[in-house]
Write a protein that binds this ligand. Structure first.
Ligand SMILES: Nc1ncnc2c1ncn2[C@@H]1O[C@H](COP(=O)(O)OP(=O)(O)OP(=O)(O)O)[C@@H](O)[C@H]1O
Ligand SMILES: [Mg+2]
Length: 673
């Protein structure tokens, strides 16, 4: 229940120690203060003069999304951020959680327990506005896999399962346990149920600081109430974990849900209209000439008063009513000059002084790296099995293409024409069949979205993701190399002997792995279906052209095509390996032997064996995967650097801060004059 008492709890003060407080001018000061033992584990989050700006699309200027916000969130309390759509609720949550986009600039001070620091894993969680979930899993699978990834190895599998089931029940999803989440193309859970699955996943570790962006969108008022009340009351059940600090943005709470809020932050166009106890908001509006009509939900009244998106319609319909711009102006000015605001600033200062870093150092651990790799491999394997677009559809098309190739190149024979035919067949297999690997790109982009969400919440790292994705794909790639490979190899009658067939399949497998790795690199840089597929296809088109088939190696123009493309395109090694495997040891009519054909007709480098080509291809697979890993690791690390580079001094600020993780580490402070 909301409380009118707006001051920091003093009676429970029981422990005294010294803290070093960071001040905005980078000097440090020591204070001897007392801290509440009960709240020792809790997270006090404060923000002062928080500005967020983005470059203005048209002019070279900036647009302020958040304008000098100040506020706090305390353990055991639920802070609701409300305001019309586009007022900056998600931006405020992102800023507080350290997740702003790289094109934004942030100024002001965000402190955790009075200091700038990164939160340990499991201390904070963020349920984003968009649900990024693995659509092929059922609710219980999604939550259980997540439990295995997030919860420490000290817990048994049974305990993790129990935690997962309990959390599912807490969110009222017990009836949908075995329903697949579903996404585009396959209907599964409703929008509101998906929201609850996202919340479940983030609640598993019982985080001390919880950000929720629109947790109730898509839910009816009764479901909204149950979800919010469960969230609000969770810490009462989680004995021993300390009080939870909760910040939720919310669109339209019912009056029952509204009663659950302790504090309310009301925004309009990035400005604070009201910050304070939720129960006192009504009084604030009434005092400023906007009393809530009887029988009207207060939150509806607040939003209606400050929503200027439809101002014209409202003005037309309601003659004599104060225009919304004016109403907002009255309220923001009144708020800025109110005792409430002064009290808020002093409370923020008080919290900053009173808190210490010690209590948060206790890190909660998650599953170890090996467990994460195993769980991610198994989860990804199940997803690939159920997602028809990942491999099954491609297998079908490959089989059809294989039959097509087998009929076009039937009865190869050993005459002069068969030399060209064999070459063309092998070239088609090594380039076009592998080229089609880009068909799995959309599914992979979906996986990347889930990975991004889970990584931002600290569930696991990039290395475990790359391991999981690589190992889970291997059996499928082996299958789609083997079955179509056998059709293409045996029906037209390529070089007899099972060793030749094994080499052929291995090479096809390596090429598919390579194209997948290439597409992963593309996905990490261009995470969009259409542009990603076009980019991947363009790169491969160039490589095929420079691979030494359409223009023989000696005829390739030297700049770019021969040096360096011919040597870096994997097609060179694929063609050479395939050709050596096929022609070496073959005798053609007119006493022509295969080696001669390779040397004279295909202009191959004969100094090394076909196995070297295969080894180079596998080496390239490892290299490409490492590049992919490097990119996803660097992009994360580079973000704050890019942001710092883009940051410029802002009039209103004393400090600009970059926060790469949940909250900014102390050394991340960047000071501006
Ligand atoms: N990275 C960005 N670049 C440009 N504009 C942005 C960016 N992030 C947010 N905005 C703009 O800032 C404003 C606030 O966005 P935000 O997503 O915070 O709104 P919101 O209050 O969460 O809205 P909703 O209730 O619809 O989710 C919007 O006008 C949005 O277009
Ligand atoms: Mg939003």
């Amino acid at each position: 229940m909301s409380s009118l008492d707006h001051s920091i709890p003093v009676p429970a003060i029981s422990r005294a120690f010294e803290v070093v407080e960071s001040s905005s001018n980078n000097k440090t000061a020591t204070h001897s203060i007392n801290v509440n033992e009960d709240d020792g584990d809790g997270v006090f989050l404060t923000w002062q003069d928080l500005w967020v700006t983005v470059p203005d699309g048209q002019k070279k200027g900036n647009r302020s999304i958040l304008q000098g916000l100040t506020g706090y969130a305390r353990p055991g309390e639920l802070l609701a951020i409300m305001g019309p759509s586009g007022c900056g609720k998600s931006t405020l949550l992102d800023a507080l959680a350290g997740r702003l986009g790289s094109n934004t600039r942030q100024a002001g001070e965000i402190l955790i327990n009075g200091r700038k620091r990164a939160l340990a894993y499991g201390t904070s969680a963020y349920v984003t506005q968009d649900d990024a979930l693995i659509t092929t899993l059922t609710v219980s699978e999604a939550v259980y896999y997540s439990a295995q990834l997030q919860l420490p190895d000290t817990m048994t599998k049974l305990q993790k399962k129990e935690r997962a089931e309990m959390t599912i029940k807490e969110m009222g999803l017990q009836d949908a346990m075995n329903t697949r989440i579903g996404g585009w193309g396959a209907k599964g859970l409703s929008g509101g149920q998906k929201r609850r699955v996202s919340i479940c996943i983030e609640m598993l570790t019982r985080p001390k600081l919880l950000f929720l962006d629109e947790p109730t969108s898509g839910l009816d008022s009764a479901a909204s109430y149950y979800v919010m009340s469960r969230i609000a009351k969770l810490d009462q059940r989680d004995h021993g974990v300390g009080s939870r600090t909760m910040i939720a943005s919310i669109h339209q709470p019912s009056s029952e849900v509204f009663q659950l809020f302790h504090n309310l932050c009301l925004l309009s166009s990035g400005q604070t209209v009201y910050f304070g106890p939720a129960s006192a908001a009504n009084e604030f509006f009434a005092l400023n000439g906007f009393p809530c009509p009887a029988l009207q939900n207060p939150s509806d009244h607040f939003l209606k008063t400050i929503n200027k998106d439809f101002q014209k319609d409202i003005e037309e319909g309601l003659a004599g009513v104060i225009p919304t711009e004016e109403a907002i102006d009255i309220l923001t000015k009144s708020y800025k000059s109110s005792d409430n605001y002064l009290q808020l600033r002093s409370q923020v200062a008080e919290i900053c002084k009173a808190q210490d870093s010690g209590a948060l150092e206790k890190k909660s651990t998650h599953a170890d790296f090996l467990t994460q790799c195993i769980v991610l491999t198994s989860r990804s394997f199940v997803n690939m099995y159920r997602d028809l677009g990942y491999y099954w559809f491609r297998l079908g098309v490959y089989v059809l293409l294989g039959i097509g190739l087998a009929t076009v190149f039937s009865n190869l024979g050993t005459d002069d024409n068969s030399i060209q035919a064999r070459g063309s067949l092998l070239m088609f297999v090594a380039s076009y069949l592998t080229f089609m690997t880009i068909g799995g790109f959309p599914s992979f982009v979906e996986d990347m979205k889930v990975f991004e969400r889970e990584r931002l919440n600290g569930h696991y790292g990039a290395t475990a993701f790359v391991f999981g994705n690589t190992f889970s794909a291997l059996p499928y790639l082996a299958l789609i190399s083997l079955i179509p490979g056998a059709i293409v190899y045996y029906l037209p009658g390529l070089h007899k002997g099972y060793q030749h067939f094994i080499y052929f399949v291995l090479l096809l497998f390596a090429c598919m792995l390579l194209v997948e790795s290439l597409m992963m690199i593309v996905a990490s840089l261009v995470p969009n279906y259409l542009t990603g597929i076009i980019t991947g296809a363009g790169i491969q088109g160039l490589m095929i052209l420079g691979g030494g088939f359409f223009r023989l190696p000696n005829d390739l123009p030297h700049p770019f095509w021969k040096y360096p493309l011919y040597y870096i395109a994997f097609h060179k090694y694929a063609y050479q390996g395939m050709f050596k495997n096929e022609f070496e040891g073959l005798k053609f009519d007119n006493n022509l032997d295969g080696e001669q054909v390779l040397r004279d007709k295909w202009q191959l480098q004969m100094g090394y064996s076909k196995w070297v080509d295969l080894a180079i291809l596998f080496g390239m697979v490892v290299f490409y995967r490492l590049v992919f890993l490097g990119i996803i690791k660097t992009v994360k690390k580079m973000k704050p650097v890019v942001k710092a580079f883009m940051s410029v001094p802002m009039k209103q600020t004393t400090q600009i801060m970059e926060n790469p993780c949940a909250t900014p580490p102390q050394e991340d402070k960047i000071f501006y004059q």
